[in-house]
Every structure is written in C-alpha cells, then in structure tokens.
Design a protein. Structure first.
Length: 254
C-alpha cells in the first residue's frame, strides 16, 4: 500500500498542477475530418515541461514530472510515449530519471510522427500534401506546427473545395431522327415489276447454226426462196419467148 499511495498522490498532483504556460492557450476552432467546426486539439511541447534539473531533482520531483507528461500524452492520445513512461514509472527511480534525461525526446518525436501519419487516413489532397511535406523533413517543431495549425488550414481548403464543386457543362441531348414513311408497293405493281424485270433467255446460236454439233435442223428458208424466185423468173422468160415466137410464126404463114 505504501508504494501505491505515493503514486496516486503524484498522479493527482500531475493533473492539478499546470504543466507549462502553454496550457493556458485557448485554441481557435477548426474543421475536423467531417468538415465540422470543433475545438482544436493542442499538442504541448514536452521540452518545456521539463523545468527541473534531472540530475539534482529528488525522486518525488522526477516521478511528479513523469506523471505530468503521462497525463498530457494520454490527453493528446499519443502512441508509444504513454507506454514507455508507464513502464519506467513501474521501475526504479534511476531508470525513470535516465529515461527522462536521454530517451524522452526520442519517444515523444516518434509519437508525434505517428500522429501526423494518422491524419492521412481519408484525408483530402491539401492535408495529404501538407502531411507528406512534414514527414519528408522530420523534426519535432515541424510535427507540432502541423498538428496544431497546418492540418487545420489544409483541411479548411479541402472542405471549401467540397462545398463549392466546379460546375460542369451538361451536354445537350441529341435529337432522335423521325423515320420517314415509305410507300409500300401494291401487289399488282410488284408482280408487274417482277414480270418486266425478269430477263428473257436468248436462244443459243450454236444450237441452231448449220453444221453445228448441237444436233438441230439446218436453216433452209433463205436458200429456198432464192431458188423459187429464180425459177419464176425463168418461167416468165420462157413464156414470153414462147409467145413472141408464136406471133412471128403466124405472121410468116400469112
């Protein structure tokens, strides 16, 4: 019970005693991840909280300082640092004094860096750019400036771009062409066109040519007409000669 009672008293004192003058700072409201105006979370500079000489301070003073830093780290929801402090508080006074003297700033810097990286979750383009710039040039001063002010300014820009989207031109709808009715042909016209347009098969010349190998009869109409005409002419000439010869004979007898 003796070990627990002083620890409880030190924790109460750590919560009641102001850790640093920076705690009196009243932050202005800023936008959160949902673009709602809320009170800013202020991250304290742990270096200003170490206001005692760790080499000459008593064990009570050292434990009180460690509890003050632990309370602030829990309020800021810092990773890494609260666990490291609690582990030293559960150990010896020499281990706690050595941690505050040499390892506190490294653990605190790591906790701030992780906190900066956590702001990238579901962040807008301005917050991402600001956080990446800080992570590329690591320092506790840059971490504090981003967590206390930079991320809120970048988030305000992202929220402003979301509330006023860029107007986009709506394309005009393309008019649908109305189909033109076409005249349907009547059955008679169709049948007439079909009959008229059908090509007539021409007779093959090779099948009716005389002397051909198609096996058809030779054409003799032209030759027969010529022979008949010549015969008729000869007959007429013969008849005329006969009549002329008869007349001459009759005249001679008389």
């Amino acid at each position: 019970m003796r070990g627990k009672f002083p620890a409880g008293v030190l924790m109460a004192l750590a919560l009641l005693i102001p850790a640093a003058p920076a705690m009196a700072r009243t932050p202005s409201p800023g936008p959160n991840e949902a673009c709602q105006t809320v009170d800013r979370k202020v991250y304290q500079d742990v270096r200003t909280m170490v206001a005692i000489d760790l080499d000459t301070a008593t064990t009570t003073q050292v434990r009180l300082l460690a509890n003050q830093i632990l309370a602030e780290a829990n309020r800021e929801s810092l990773p890494v640092l609260p666990g490291a402090l609690q582990e030293r508080l559960n150990g010896t006074a020499d281990d706690l004094r050595a941690f505050l003297r040499t390892d506190l700033e490294n653990a605190w810097s790591t906790a701030l860096r992780v906190s900066v990286a956590q702001t990238l979750t579901n962040a807008g383009p301005n917050v991402r750019a600001a956080a990446k710039k800080v992570l590329d040039a690591p320092s506790v001063d840059a971490y504090l400036a981003y967590l206390n002010d930079g991320r809120y300014a970048a988030r305000a820009l992202d929220c402003a771009s979301q509330s006023s989207p860029t107007p986009t031109s709506t394309p005009r709808p393309t008019p649908t062409p109305t189909p033109t009715p076409t005249a349907q042909p009547t059955p008679s016209a169709t049948s007439s066109a079909t009959t008229t347009g059908a090509p007539t098969a021409a007779p093959s010349a090779s099948a009716d040519a005389p002397g051909g190998s198609g096996g058809g009869l030779p054409l003799t109409g032209a030759d027969t007409a010529t022979v008949v005409t010549i015969g008729a002419v000869l007959l007429l000439l013969g008849g005329a000669g006969y009549l002329i010869g008869r007349r001459r004979r009759s005249r001679f007898v008389a």
